[in-house]
Design a protein around this ligand. Structure first.
Ligand SMILES: [Zn+2]
Length: 110
């Protein structure tokens, strides 16, 4: 996922659109299109046709739509706001992302 500043499981805040200022967890990132799915954000309604053979009742469903990652910022819980993460290289050469204000580390251990 080189080049993208958000990753799966990051907590992010959306900067534009009708959900501006809301936070959510990144469920999926699509590096090919530079878009992400964020939990509970950018819901779209879509109509599902009933299909008895698949046991689908049909009706209006809501699901999260893809959001361009350029609209997302990492959310720092310590600062209570979206921040532009700073990259820091550790002694073992791995890179981590930290909050430029309070130095909270955003990486989640694998
Ligand atoms: Zn912070």
């Amino acid at each position: 996922m080189a080049g993208l500043h958000v990753r799966k499981n990051d907590l992010v805040v959306i900067r534009q659109g009708k959900d501006r200022g809301k936070t959510g967890k990144v469920l999926k990132v699509d590096p090919a299109t530079g878009r992400a799915v964020v939990e509970r954000l950018n819901f779209i309604k879509h109509f599902v046709k009933p299909d008895r053979s698949k046991n689908i009742a049909g009706g209006i469903m809501e699901k999260e739509a893809l959001v361009p990652v350029s609209r997302l910022m990492l959310y720092c819980e310590e600062c209570g706001q979206g921040v532009r993460a700073r990259r820091k290289r550790l002694e073992d050469k791995s890179k981590i992302r930290i909050c430029p204000k309070c130095e909270t580390v955003f990486e989640t251990k694998k």
